[in-house]
Write a protein that binds this ligand. Sequence first.
Ligand SMILES: Nc1ncnc2c1ncn2[C@@H]1O[C@H](COP(=O)(O)OP(=O)(O)OP(=O)(O)O)[C@@H](O)[C@H]1O
Ligand SMILES: [Mg+2]
Length: 117
Amino acid sequence: MTKIIKIEIIARPRNYEELIEALNDIGITGMTVTQVMGRGNQKGSSHSYRGIHYITKLLPKVKIEIVVGEEFKDLIVNKTKELLKTGSPGDGKIFIYDITNVIRIRDDQEDQDALTK
Ligand SMILES: Nc1ncnc2c1ncn2[C@@H]1O[C@H](COP(=O)(O)OP(=O)(O)OP(=O)(O)O)[C@@H](O)[C@H]1O
Ligand SMILES: [Mg+2]
């Protein structure tokens, strides 16, 4: 039985659609995408972004959550780096979680079956 993981990518909003296209092309379709605010290790004062003044030092980011079999891990991580890495601070982070259960509500399928069938 393969392990099921969640890959959570938090990255710049720039180019994220290109990543979603690329994942779609390799057969990864199930995902949740959320517009979020965040900060990493950088310190700094308040700033403006697209005309909006942020006093909290949070920047707009996109969060992409994908639940897949572990065999997709390297593929997804490598694609993300290939498309979203600029080498500058703020490129983002990838968090990987173990998933204990997946249950599809419609037909009671569970785990790997709920993901693939
Ligand atoms: N420790 C963390 N916990 C939760 N979310 C985080 C954490 N670190 C980063 N994030 C999220 O990832 C986003 C991007 O982080 P960021 O790329 O700035 O990380 P970093 O560690 O500061 O690296 P860099 O030096 O490249 O900026 C943040 O805006 C935040 O949403
Ligand atoms: Mg940072």
